[in-house]
Design a protein around this ligand. Sequence first.
Ligand code: AKG
Length: 418
Amino acid sequence: MIAARLRLVVVASAVCAAQLRGAQKRERLPSQQKSIVLILENLGDAAIDCEHPAVRVGAGRAATISAFAVPARVACGHVSAAVDGDGYGAARVFPEWVDVGDANAVQLELSRAAHKCASSRDAHELGVYDDFEACVFELAYGGLDREAAPRAWRDLWSDEHYWRLCERRRPAAALRTFPSEASPGQDVDVLREAPFVAAARGFLTEAECAAVLSTTPAIANLGRAHVGGGAGKTSFSDARETLSTNLYVDWAADDAPATRVAAKTVELASELLGETIPYEAQEPINFLFYRAGYEYKPHSDGAGGKRGKRVATTLVYCDAPASGGSTVFTGTSGLRFAPKRGDLLFFSYANGARDTTHAACPVAAGNKSTLTMWHRLGVSPDEPWDRFENWGRFDHPHLHSRYRGKPYRERVTDAADL
Ligand SMILES: O=C(O)CCC(=O)C(=O)O
């Protein structure tokens, strides 16, 4: 029973926390300290002493977030563990070990609590709270500090609306379905008419995904995802927590797995856009890999309009998460797409970015991966995509390669051709 667990409190008043944050600006933290918000939770049945911050963890105390420099190693009683991650961390102290989680673990714990609160049956059983967030803070880790918890909720989930969109919204149903001409045997589900969003379920087989992914470096070697930083530099993005690598399509190698998959994807995207997207001279395919807790916060991919700019995106999900990790559109009406393995999602912003802000919700369990393609009109091997942006150099070895084969849709005699 949650209520019966023992909790540790590290009490830090807002004033005290603000002073400490100020102090951190002036002084460098000793290397054995981290500037994160740490939640300490005592799951043993006796009080324990924790060092740094020196605190005695008594029975029946509520867990509290401490918003100041915390040790890089938490030691409570005779157990200790390294504190992981940035921003937020949680140490669950058991009598014989400490289970340390990073910001993702805190985010998922907040979500677990929110699910309990959202269920009216549980809420009824668990009692009446001032409001939804108060309920979440009461149930997460058995009770979070009422001053610091709203900040954690805001930082990690934005707000209740976003959490509900990711976690509670019914996945979008097809408004209509039609057979694709570009991909014979493939049905397309239209999920929204304007701006247009559509899904092609089971677009790639496991074998097609495996063939493409065999060309990527080992997941362990993937760098943190980067986004265009403007002014000729590349920057890392806090908004995107994924592993990422680029796949450079060589259009001259028309039988290579990545070329075939790219051609198949571009053909479908052309059909759905109603305009012929050139195969060549596009950006590389961006492969994103998400582990539990990874996400991509709300963003837009482009605004269409001018020649050479992005007009549409396709995402092919080669791994689908067991739970969480939906792709959501956060605009006024909101839309949630819960991918299954091999599905493709298409959305257009040819007529502007309005209502195409989207996000990858945090993966709650399992892994997720996408092959993302951003489609542009008016590019060619002589005028490739990077002529139209100032995002710095991407060393695309095949940027000027040309496709000499038949268009993909003419090559396909049946769905088993790949
Ligand atoms: O992984 C997702 O669900 C969304 C990915 C995305 O938004 C992007 O690659 O631009």
